[in-house]
Design a protein. Structure first.
Length: 177
């Protein structure tokens, strides 16, 4: 089924990296593999409609402070920090590295989206309750409309996903697709 992207929108693919998706990844997200085919479909539709595609990728230093809370993962210039082969960026796609949960924190994403005159962002990726949620909240605070593909995000449990979907809908009136 084709997706009807709104004009002046962009698609964000968040942290679809080997360390989160591959069996031998450092911080495997259970169930994340199931969303790869759906994200591939969403990517294909976005590209057909000339919707900007932006990959936002964890890109940590080897001594990153985040590793106090999580095992070392997505270290810059390592296999674990690479986008999974099945979702490889195409020519014209953008990649924005990040070191914290939100795609906006410490990056040039907001400036880039404003240069493209983007009004709405569509979100896919992992983890629903961490990086997707933080990005959605920050986007809303910056006056972007937010849509989340429920079948193209994953966390550590379906219960967590359901809770976060409710939060996104209730707190920022995100569109759940």
């Amino acid at each position: 089924m084709a997706i009807e992207f709104e004009p002046d929108s962009a698609l964000l693919v968040i942290d679809m990296l080997n360390d989160f998706i591959a069996d031998e990844g450092a911080l495997l997200v259970p169930g994340a593999k199931r969303i790869v085919p759906r994200i591939a479909e969403v990517l294909a539709d976005a590209r057909r409609r000339d919707i900007p595609v932006i990959y936002v990728t964890d890109s940590h230093r080897p001594d990153d402070h985040e590793f106090r809370f999580w095992p070392a993962h997505a270290v810059s210039d390592t296999w674990g920090g690479e986008i999974v082969k099945e979702l490889e960026p195409a020519e014209g796609d953008y990649i924005i590295p990040k070191r914290r949960y939100s795609a906006f924190f410490g990056t040039d994403l907001d400036t880039f989206l404003r240069e493209l005159e983007i009004k709405k962002i569509y979100l896919t990726g992992v983890l629903t309750n961490i990086c997707v949620y933080a990005t959605a909240m920050d986007a809303s605070m910056r006056n972007y409309h937010v849509a989340v593909f429920k079948d193209a995000v994953a966390s550590l449990s379906e219960e967590t996903d359901r809770f976060i979907f409710g939060q996104l809908e209730d707190v920022i009136q995100a569109e759940l697709l």
